[in-house]
Design a protein around this ligand. Structure first.
Ligand SMILES: [Zn+2]
Length: 331
């Protein structure tokens, strides 16, 4: 039997158990809950990236994606006239459109905030990435701005993304994974309830740059690919953190499959309990990396024992499930 046929067979078996599609929360108790996420960085959109993503999505069947979207495509000097159409074709029915923030200079200007482009979270200095379109600030450390300024970025971003006429959730991911206390306070003050920025700094160790992993280690100490949702205190209320288990930009397919295998093993040792796995890739590098995600998922779904434990959903729905689990858990 070919790998493709095996995958389809495993998936069909799992559909019977609601393992290959979205389920209501009452059906999700005791599952390996997988949320697939894509970060739109606000640099460039390309038909090639979208085609690569659609190809992988066809292979995965009806599984939702959570789109963490920077609004800075709308603040470039020259805005692609097909941008809204592009976004609307990428965000399928059942997907979640969530907020992603990189402090692009053009977004600062659109937000009536004085641009402070440095320090870079990649270099730790005022040396920032340059782009052909002339905008910069992609790698600006979000902590360069005050909570009040970050709130202006968030408000402007939401207004810009509303041009898509798609519903925007109250889920957030920070550029550079920099969910600092200031950023968490800003999102809390703007009504966001869920963050998904935490990541194991060791995932980024293979990058030549060492500034970002060190910065992430300080912000998210002790986070590992096995970390499970937790509550972060902020003034006015808590934010639910949905940590990232792996990003395909830094992890080959075998490593991604290993993360799911490990989650399945933890679920088997305590089958009544949900185990959450958040995976990610980026729009701007999708052509190079999204195939790894498809390969990893095909691999684990070809194994019926694992396939039947999997439930794919959005971050918003996974967070609702995690929140009710945390509320029900003994102190
Ligand atoms: Zn990003």
């Amino acid at each position: 039997m070919s790998a493709v046929v095996r995958d389809v067979t495993a998936c069909l078996a799992a559909i019977v158990l609601a393992g290959c599609s979205r389920s209501t929360s009452s059906e999700t108790s005791g599952r390996v809950v997988v949320a697939l996420t894509i970060d739109w960085e606000g640099a460039d959109v390309s038909p090639g990236a979208l085609a690569a993503i659609e190809q992988v999505r066809r292979g995965l069947g009806d599984v939702p994606l959570t789109h963490f979207m920077s609004s800075a495509y709308f603040t470039k000097e020259s805005v692609d006239p097909t941008l809204v159409t592009f976004i609307r074709s990428a965000v399928h029915k059942g997907d979640e459109l969530a907020m992603h923030l990189h402090a692009w200079r053009s977004l600062a200007e659109a937000s009536d905030v004085e641009p402070k482009v440095s320090p870079s979270f990649l270099t730790g200095t005022d040396e920032v990435l340059a782009f052909d379109h002339g905008d910069d600030g992609f790698d600006t450390d979000l902590d360069a701005y005050t909570v009040a300024e970050l709130r202006l970025f968030l408000r402007t971003s939401r207004r810009l993304l509303e041009k898509t006429q798609l519903p925007i959730s109250h889920t957030f991911r920070a550029g550079g994974y920099l969910g600092t206390p200031k950023v968490v306070q800003a999102i809390r003050d703007e009504g966001y309830t869920v963050d998904s920025s935490a990541i194991d700094h060791r995932q980024l160790d293979e990058l030549e740059d060492q500034t970002l992993p060190a910065r992430i280690r300080d912000i998210w100490p002790g986070v590992s690919p096995a970390s499970q949702p937790w509550l972060i205190p902020a003034h006015g209320g808590q934010i639910l953190e949905m940590p990232i288990a792996a990003f395909v930009d830094y992890s080959p397919a075998a490593e991604i499959a290993g993360v799911i295998e490990a989650a399945h093993a933890r679920w088997k040792s305590e089958p009544g309990k949900d185990v959450f796995v958040v995976l990610g890739f980026h729009l701007e590098t999708a052509e190079d990396h999204v195939g790894q995600l498809g390969e990893a998922l095909a691999n684990v779904r070809a194994r019926p024992e694992i396939a039947e434990s999997l439930m794919f959903t959005t971050i918003e729905d996974a967070a609702a499930q995690a929140r009710s689990n945390l509320a029900a858990a003994p102190e």
